[in-house]
Write a protein that binds this ligand. Structure first.
Ligand code: UDX
Ligand code: UDX
Length: 460
C-alpha cells in the first residue's frame, strides 16, 4: 500500500509507543515506524506482552501493528526513509558533573540528533516530544545544521501531556495539543504539516501554537503546577493530622471553588512517576542558572514537601507499631506510582519499602501489574522481601497492611477476611485514603489514614 506520509519515532518508551500507536490508529493512510536503541523493547512491542501496561493500548496495537504501525531495530535505514521524525528518548536527571541531581541529561537527545544528521539523505521535520529544558531545540538545531549538504531540518516542539494509566483516553481526547515552531516560512510549513496529523481527530481549537521556547517551558510548568497542587494538599494533610480537620473535607470545600478546581487535590504518600520530580528539578536548575534564586527556592520546596510526606508516613508506621518493626511482617498493597500502570519510576513505594526493610521488617509486596518492576527497583536491597500478587495470600499472617497505590481492586477487598488472617493487633496504614476507614476500624483494625484522625483501639 502507498502511504500518504511516513513518520518515524525514535524512542519506544511509555511516551513514544502509545503516542505513535494513537497516530497510526487515527491516520490509517500514514505509515508509522518506531525504533529504539534497546532491541528488547522492540521485541516486546512485537510480542503479545507489551512493554508497558496501559488500559486500552493492546486493542489499538492489535488494530495497527503490521498494517501501518511497525516497531523495528533498523534505526539507520528508518532515518533515511522517513520525512517526519519524532524524538521521544528519555531525558533523566543528570547524575554527574555540572547540574548533577538537577539538570536534565541531554546526552540521548544529542546522540539522537547526531544520528539523524549522519543518516539523513533528505530534508526532514524533527519533532521534540520528550520533555526538555528550554532551549534544547536550539542545541538540536545547531547539531542538525552542522551538516554540509543541502539537507535542512526544521525543529518543532510538541510536548506530550498524557498521563500514565489514562494514556489512551488522554491521547484520544487531549485538553490541548501544543506545537512550538519558528515563525519563519519553513517553520510555519512544518507546523502546518503537524497540525494536519492531529486535526484528523482533534478539534482545531484544541491545537494551539506558540514559539518553540514557550512550548518547551509550558510542558515543564504544567508538570510543576500539577505537582505543586499535590504538595500543597499534602502539606495541609500534616496539619490536619495535628488538628481535628479532615483532609478530604478540606479538599472538597477548597476544590469546589471554581477558580481552584477539584483535580490534583488528593492527599497521599506523595507524587511519583518519571516526570514530576525530574521536571521540577529541571525548572529549579533553569531558574538558578538565570540567577533567579527566589523562584528556584519556591519550586524546590514542592519536591521537599514531597519527600517530607514520604518520611512522615514511614515515621508514623514505626511510631504507631510500638517503635519497632524488627521481624514484623508488613504487607504493601501497591508498588506502582499510581493506579492502572505497571510503572514504578520514582514511586514513593520504593523509598517507603526501603525504610521498612532498614527497620528489619519482613516485607511482602503485592501489586497487580508492577511486581516485576518492584523486584528490579529493590534489587540489591538486603532484607526479607517477598512478592505475592494475590492480596489475600500476601497479607495472611502480617502485622500491618500498608496501602501505597490507589488500585481500584483494593477498595473492593473483603477486609473482614483480611483481618481474620492477620496477626493481632492488626494495623492498616492507608497511604491513599481509599478504603472505608470507619468500617475497617469496626472490624478491628487500628486505622491510620492520611490527613485524618487515626482510628485506634488502644487506650491513650
Ligand atoms: C521519556 C522521558 O521520561 C520524558 O520526560 C519524555 O517526555 C519522553 O521520554 P518515557 O517514554 O516514559 O519518557 O521514557 P522511556 O520509557 O525510558 O523511553 C525512552 C526510550 O528511548 C527507551 O526505550 C530507550 O531505550 C530509548 N532510547 C534512549 C533510544 O532509542 N535512543 C537513545 O539514544 C536513548
Ligand atoms: C504527569 C502529568 O499529569 C502528565 O500531564 C505528564 O505528561 C506526565 O506527568 P503521570 O506522572 O503519568 O503524568 O501521572 P499523574 O496522574 O500526573 O500522577 C503523578 C503522581 O501524582 C502520581 O504518583 C499520583 O499518585 C500523584 N497524585 C496525583 C496525587 O498524589 N494526588 C493527586 O491528586 C493527583
Amino acid at each position: 500500500m502507498k502511504f500518504k506520509k511516513k513518520i518515524l519515532c525514535i524512542g519506544a518508551g511509555y511516551v513514544g509507543g502509545p503516542s505513535m500507536a494513537m497516530i497510526a490508529y487515527k491516520c490509517p493512510d500514514y505509515r508509522i515506524t518506531v525504533v529504539d536503541t534497546n532491541p528488547d523493547r522492540i521485541d516486546a512491542w512485537n510480542s503479545p506482552e507489551l512493554p508497558v501496561y496501559e488500559p486500552g493500548l493492546d486493542k489499538i496495537i492489535k488494530k495497527t501493528l503490521g498494517k501501518n504501525l511497525f516497531f523495528t531495530k533498523d534505526i539507520e535505514n528508518q532515518i533515511k526513509e522517513n520525512d517526519i521524525i519524532f524524538v521521544s528518548v528519555n531525558t533523566p536527571t543528570k547524575t554527574y558533573g555540572a547540574g548533577a541531581g538537577m539538570a536534565a541529561d541531554l546526552q540521548f537527545v544529542e546522540k539522537t540528533a547526531r544520528q539523524i544528521l549522519k543518516h539523513s539523505r533528505s530534508s526532514k521535520i524533527v519533532i521534540e516530544k520528550s520533555t526538555l529544558p528550554v532551549k534544547t531545540a536550539l542545541a538540536m538545531e545547531r547539531i542538525l545544521a552542522s551538516g554540509k549538504g543541502k539537507i535542512t531540518f526544521e525543529v518543532l516542539s510538541n510536548p506530550e501531556f498524557m498521563a500514565e494509566g489514562t494514556a489512551i483516553s488522554d491521547l484520544e481526547n487531549p485538553d490541548r495539543v501544543l506545537i512550538g515552531s519558528h515563525e519563519t516560512k519553513s517553520g510555519l510549513k512544518a507546523r502546518a504539516e503537524l497540525i494536519e496529523i492531529y486535526a484528523r481527530w482533534i478539534p482545531l481549537e484544541k491545537i494551539i501554537t506558540s514559539n518553540i521556547w514557550s512550548s518547551e517551558l509550558s510542558k515543564l510548568v504544567a508538570n510543576a503546577f500539577l505537582a505543586q497542587r499535590v504538595s500543597s494538599i499534602n502539606s495541609i494533610s500534616a496539619l490536619c493530622e495535628k488538628t481535628d480537620a479532615d483532609i478530604s473535607e478540606v479538599a472538597k470545600a477548597v476544590g469546589m471553588d471554581s477558580r481552584i478546581g477539584d483535580k490534583f487535590l488528593k492527599a497521599g504518600i506523595g507524587f511519583g512517576g518519571s516526570c514530576f520530580k525530574k521536571d521540577i528539578l529541571n525548572l529549579v536548575y533553569l531558574c538558578s542558572y538565570y540567577s533567579l534564586q527566589e523562584v528556584a527556592a519556591y519550586w524546590e520546596s514542592v519536591v521537599k514537601i514531597n519527600e517530607y510526606q514520604q518520611e512522615r508516613f514511614t515515621a508514623n508506621i514505626l511510631k504507631n507499631m510500638f517503635s519497632t518493626l524488627t521481624e514484623k511482617k508488613i504487607c504493601i498493597l501497591g508498588f506502582a506510582f499510581k493506579a492502572n500502570t505497571g510503572d514504578t519510576r520514582e514511586s514513593p513505594a520504593i523509598y517507603i519499602t526501603r525504610k521498612l526493610i532498614a527497620e528489619h521488617a519482613e516485607v511482602i509486596i503485592s501489586d497487580p501489574k508492577a511486581l516485576k518492576n518492584a523486584a528490579i527497583d529493590l534489587e540489591g536491597t538486603k532484607g526479607n522481601v517477598k512478592y505475592i500478587e494475590d492480596p489475600y495470600r500476601a497479607v495472611a499472617g502480617c502485622h500491618a497492611l500498608v496501602i501505597l497505590t490507589d488500585w481500584d481492586l483494593y477498595r473492593k477487598l473483603d477486609f473482614q477476611k483480611i483481618y481474620n488472617s492477620m496477626a493481632k493487633p492488626a494495623f492498616l496504614f492507608d497511604g491513599r485514603n481509599i478504603v472505608d476507614h470507619r468500617k475497617c476500624f469496626s472490624i478491628g483494625f487500628n486505622v491510620y489514614p492520611i490527613g485524618k484522625p487515626a482510628l485506634s483501639h488502644f487506650k491513650t
